[in-house]
Design a protein around this ligand. Structure first.
Ligand code: GTP
Ligand code: MG
Length: 323
């Protein structure tokens, strides 16, 4: 692994300052702006620029690619089936790797259920709609429930007529609690380390969940009048998530709660938290809302290559199923 000290112009003192400012990896530096980096590490902008350029080269990002290279990379896009016919059809097969999918909706609408279901489905063989991969979950609300995973495994085993071991599936789900937004951002670096470790194992990480991506940011910045600061950090976080999706050809799934009661600080109460920053960074946006009983309506809001659409699903004892 390349250390910060390996970058030209970065001595031990500067490296220390960078780490203290939260730039713990080459990747984090590569996507920083010279002004931001300069200010937080107390170095001149010109020096910051040089460091960023060097980091970009080492991290192999930020350059141009030709169309055929993009095409070749796109050929490798994998999809995780949701296990629901209409939902999969709306997504042309399932939730795509190499991108961030955001699911937003009110409390209890089923966002966390979807993250649990995909954590099971991603582990299935490709012919059953999985990616034969393992999962990392960054849990900010302490809502990961292994017992729920077991129910969903049973549901999939029945529906697909497969022999699945719930214990083994649980062993391939790596969960970390994030205690604040800073910690949440640092956990992406840990996720990169873990994904590198598991790269050559039989179960490389193909799904990274952040549930919820916005709750800490929202709570910490309430009433502080520092909306742009919050958005900047959220933006940085999303960039590192996108990088994860690209590097590991993984699905990144983030949840975002919509406030049901008016919230003056964030303006329009029906708009997802995170506003336009999340909107422009997420590759796919799904809006989920409650319908009668177990039924939920999922709407595809934004996609670069798919038409908008709606799908009806059910949240049952076995997880997500056809309604
Ligand atoms: P917040 O995190 O509060 O914003 O909500 P969320 O969108 O993450 O909601 P979540 O995914 O936790 O959905 C909770 C809902 O899922 C419950 O109200 C139930 O309707 C359903 N649900 C959860 N567990 C079960 C279960 O074991 N059986 C059934 N039938 N439904 C369940
Ligand atoms: Mg939830």
């Amino acid at each position: 692994m390349i250390e910060l000290e390996d970058l030209p112009g970065v001595g031990p003192a500067t490296a220390e300052k960078l780490r203290e400012a939260g730039y713990s990896s080459i990747e984090a530096i590569a996507v920083a702006s010279p002004a931001e980096l300069g200010a937080s590490a107390e170095i001149g902008e010109a020096t910051a620029s040089k460091i960023i350029n060097a980091a970009r080269q080492s991290a192999d990002i930020g350059g141009f690619e030709t169309g055929d290279m993009v095409f070749e990379r796109r050929q490798k896009v994998g999809k995780i089936s949701t296990g629901c016919t209409e939902f999969d059809e709306m997504l042309a097969g399932g939730i795509e790797s190499q991108g961030i999918t955001e699911i937003y909706g009110e409390f209890g609408s089923g966002k966390t259920q979807l993250t649990h279901q995909l954590s099971v489905n991603v582990q299935l063989p490709v012919e059953y709609g999985g990616l034969d991969g393992s999962v990392i979950i960054i849990d900010t609300e302490n809502t990961f429930r292994p017992e729920r995973i077991k129910q969903m495994v049973e549901g999939r085993a029945r529906a697909l007529d497969l022999d699945l071991d719930p214990e083994e599936i649980l062993r391939n789900i790596h969960v970390a609690r994030a205690y604040n937004s800073n910690h949440q951002m640092l956990l992406v670096d840990s996720a990169v380390d873990l994904a590198n470790e598991l790269k050559e194992s039989g179960k490389p990480v193909r799904l990274l969940v952040v549930d919820s991506v916005t709750s800490h940011f929202r709570a910490e910045y309430i009433g502080r009048g520092t909306l742009s600061d919050r958005q900047q950090r959220l933006n940085k976080h999303l960039h590192s998530l996108q990088k994860f999706a690209d590097v590991f050809n993984a699905v990144v799934l983030v949840t975002n709660q919509v406030m049901s009661k008016p919230d003056a600080f964030f303006g329009d109460p029906t708009r997802p938290i995170g506003g336009h920053v999340l909107g422009h960074t997420a590759t796919f946006r799904l809006y989920i809302r409650k319908s009668k009983g177990e039924k939920r309506i999922v709407k595809l809001i934004d996609s670069p290559n798919l038409p908008e659409g709606e799908a009806i699903i059910a949240v049952t004892g076995y997880g997500l199923e056809d309604a």
